[in-house]
Design a protein around this ligand. Structure first.
Ligand code: BGC
Length: 812
């Protein structure tokens, strides 16, 4: 059961009941329906303020989707999981609560605790791991941290939203055992240990019922069995049916103002289709949340003293370096020699990809790229830079060299108002419009200003967005027509690709006038009013062979080549899955050519989730940096120069797509059967007898560890190990449980616990890891219950699932 009820809970509950009793049906139904994109309505009659929600998970965007409302950007969730440290996740959460309070946000729409089922899942960077225990443990730390700052969370997306293809409608067919042992497990661990104030139900269907209507999983399992007492909010636009949603335990339908709740819900009660008691249950959950976050008059908030103020940049940098996974370090290539020269290579080394796209997007006030970080850290004259290969085949948001503003006009062309445009991306959601502008009067938005090019040559200009546009550059109109989406996703306007329309020859340093006018439309089938479009741009493209040759030359003249390879917005984002795991563009060719010229090549992989590294045995070192957040380049310099060791361990198996045992993300006739049952990630790799490129849990530091002993006492295992290297370090001690008798129905072994230890050179250290009862249990489909599986087990302790150092057999 989740949490113990305190006196304060009981007092809050009394205020909630009293407030509920003072509300009429219409007000209650209104409270359950978004009033706009991010908020619920205030109800003055009970002293309730408007509840504000915001994405999550790596920062708090707030209610404005724009670069002029910046947020701290932490490393991607895959990175946070790679640190294998719930206490660090908790500190991340506390910082995010601080950010939320600064922005007037009461609930953070995070964390994402779906699993890395197939490596093709496009949104994996936003989830933690392929392992439910690691996911749940990191998620619990994160939730506890956010809520310690008085801000709510919505653990999402409940449940089995493990891929993006047909995400609104896909019916994931999952056996109960896989649901319990894998997909529900992180939610269960978090509910039990961190008592979240919210859950977000997913777009997808599970076993024939869409998740916003899933009575069994929401009412019976989440609330009934686990005792969840928070609110259940739909994913954005996921709620489709008034009666089925309220019966299925959905409390809040977002976003508004048009939802299946509100008037429609009140009417359903009046028509006798829904019992008013069901509405009361949902309202009670929302009022309880409001009381906890301190916006219900008369109720004491759950948190009255906030944790100490956190420096966001410092924490972002610490998490980044503790998340970097050094998967290969041949002949101790890293850390770099202090007096050596470095050739830094790669487009992402200069224009870093610090975060994944989609709803997880935030706008950091500043970003430290690898080039910035290494320039600051290395002595003058020791660093050179070359692009080498640019994987960005597509246009980016018009930014560097652009000075823009947004002018809003009515149908007659009169100016209604104008807004700031820090770059070429406009996204005004709901009431978030420039002063003096209303949705009713607004007809066009013109992004207008100047562009001063860095380079001479053919520049490309394009448009991302849906509807009518006119694009003019330097006095020539290149496009005056209507763009329509290629795909029937209501979010296509946000996540679609920009379309190139103009290729003018421009001269470096000579400013030109630029204008993009958009006729706004507010389609009836989209419940929120959004103005969203982008002026896109791409600098002149250089010959790819010439770029590689330039990089090879730079590498030849340096002691070490550091190549940063990356995925792009087109490879990893929200709303679509991947089709392969290869690095985009000519990046593999680049690494091969650079390594041939200089064997002392260190490759930094800037991706949120696995990519194939076909040259991995030929290079000196491989460091995975994930999407490292705003301080990524500074953290990279810390780790490359050796002021800090890389602290990460793989939260997910890295291997080739051909070898990966579970890959399918494309539904057939709307259904995606999880045919692999309870075997995903390392469970599946081991069963298939395949060796991945890098196993689950793998990661090297800058010191060595000798495991001395493991001893089981009761439900704990005590591990003794020694730092046998030459410098202080941190180790993640991993405990796996392996059934003594081979059992084809169960994995060969699974993660049962872990602990971080620190020790100086030569020092021994002891740590105690709890063995949870659940690690010994399996879900029995016949009885519909957990069964404790008796027998002999080997407790295997080590550095990764493949590098097990000590073991002890027990009988339970
Ligand atoms: C995403 C959610 C997100 C919501 C609001 C949805 O498309 O799936 O994770 O919280 O949008 O931005």
């Amino acid at each position: 059961m989740a949490g113990t009820r305190t006196q304060a809970d009981a007092a809050r509950e009394a205020v909630v009941e009293a407030a509920l009793g003072r509300l009429g049906l219409d007000a209650k139904a209104r409270l359950l329906s978004g009033q706009d994109t991010w908020t619920l309505p205030a109800l003055a009659e009970i002293g309730l303020k408007s509840l504000v929600m915001s994405d999550g998970p790596i920062g708090v965007r707030g209610v404005h989707w724009t670069a002029d409302d910046p947020s701290v950007a932490l490393p991607s969730p895959t990175a946070l999981a790679a640190a294998w440290d719930p206490a660090l996740a908790r500190r991340a959460g506390a910082l995010l609560a601080q950010e939320a309070r600064r922005k007037g946000v009461h609930v953070l729409l995070a964390p994402t605790v779906n699993l890395h089922r197939s490596p093709l899942g496009g949104r994996h960077f936003e989830a933690y791991s392929e392992d439910p225990f690691l996911t749940g443990t990191i998620g619990a730390g994160y939730v506890a941290g956010v809520q310690s700052g008085g801000v709510g969370t919505t653990v999402k997306h409940f449940v089995a939203n493990d891929a993006e293809t047909e995400r609104f409608t896909v019916d994931n067919v999952v056996c109960e055992r896989a649901l319990r042992e894998l997909y529900l497990a992180p939610f269960e661990i978090i509910v039990e240990n961190a008592h979240p104030w919210g859950v977000m139900t997913a777009y997808n269907t599970v076993n024939g019922t869409t998740m916003t209507e899933h009575h069994h999983l929401v009412n019976e399992v989440l609330r009934g069995e686990w005792g969840f007492d928070g609110y259940n909010v739909s994913d954005w636009m996921a709620a489709r049916n008034t009666v089925a949603a309220i019966e299925g335990g959905l409390d809040v339908a977002m976003p508004g103002p048009q939802t299946v709740y509100g008037d429609a819900l009140a009417q359903a009660v009046r028509d006798g289709k829904v019992a008013e008691a069901k509405v009361d249950d949902a309202v009670r959950n929302v009022l309880r949340l409001a009381a906890r976050v301190g916006i219900l008059e008369g109720a004491e908030p759950a948190v009255t003293e906030y944790p100490e103020t956190v420096d966001g940049s410092d924490l972002a940098r610490e998490i980044a370096r503790r998340s970097f996974v050094l998967v290969r370090n041949h002949n101790a290539a890293l850390p770099l020699r202090p007096d050596g020269t470095v050739a830094l290579i790669g487009a992402a080394a200069r224009d870093a990809r610090v975060l994944g796209g989609g709803s997880a997007t935030v706008f950091p006030a500043s970003v430290v790229s690898p080039l910035d970080g290494l320039t600051a850290a290395l002595p003058d004259g020791t660093l050179t830079y070359a692009v080498g290969a640019d994987p960005n085949t597509e246009l980016g948001i018009a930014d560097k060299g652009f000075e823009l503003r947004a002018v809003c006009r009515d149908r007659e062309g009169n100016i209604l108002g104008s807004g700031a445009a820090p770059n070429g991306h406009i996204q005004w959601m709901g009431p978030d419009l420039p002063d003096g502008v209303t949705h009713d009067a607004l007809h066009t938005v013109e992004l207008t200003g100047t562009f001063t090019p860095r380079d001479t040559g053919p520049h490309t200009f394009g448009i991302k967005g849906i509807g009518a546009f006119r694009l003019t550059v330097d006095g020539t109109t290149y496009y005056d027509d209507v763009q329509r989406p290629a795909k029937d996703d209501p979010f296509a306007t946000f996540f679609g690709a920009p379309v190139p329309h103009a290729h003018p020859e421009l001269t470096a340093g000579r400013p030109v006038e630029v204008s993009l006018t958009h006729v706004v439309e507010f389609p009836e089938n989209i419940p929120m009013k959004v103005v969203s479009f982008t002026l896109s741009h791409q600098e002149p493209r250089r010959d790819p062979d010439e770029l590689i040759a330039e990089a090879v030359e730079a590498a030849r003249n340096a002691d070490t080549a550091v190549v940063v390879v990356a995925t792009t917005e087109r490879v990893e984002s929200e709303g679509f899955d991947r089709t392969d795991l290869t690095l985009p563009g000519r990046q593999d060719d680049l690494v091969r050519a650079v390594t041939a010229a200089n064997p002392n090549t260190v490759v930094v992989v800037n991706s949120g989730s696995p990519v194939e590294l076909p040259w991995r045995e030929d290079v000196a070192a491989v460091l995975l940096s994930w999407f490292p957040g705003q301080e990524g380049g500074a953290a990279l310099a810390d780790v490359l120069t050796g002021t800090h060791e890389p602290g990460g361990r793989l939260p997910t198996t890295w291997g080739s797509l051909t070898d990966a045992p579970v890959t399918e993300v494309v539904p057939t006739d709307g259904q995606l059967p999880y045919t692999e049952g309870a075997f995903i990630g390392y469970r599946a790799w081991e069963r298939a007898g395949r060796i991945p490129s890098y196993p689950f849990g793998h990661g090297l530091g800058y010191t060595e560890w000798t495991y001395e002993s493991a001893e089981v006492r009761g439900t704990t295992v005590t591990v003794r190990l020694r730092n046998s290297g030459a410098r202080a370090g941190r180790e993640v001690v991993q405990v796996y449980l392996a059934p003594g008798e081979p059992d084809t129905d169960r994995p060969a072994r699974w993660l049962a616990g872990f602990a971080g230890v620190e020790a100086g050179p030569g020092e021994s250290v002891e740590t105690v890891v709890e063995l949870p009862r659940r690690a010994f249990e399996t879900w029995d489909e016949e009885t519909g219950s957990w069964i404790f599986v008796k027998g002999s087990y080997e407790i295997q302790v080590g550095r990764s699932i493949a590098d097990r150092r000590v073991a002890v057999t027990i009988n339970v």
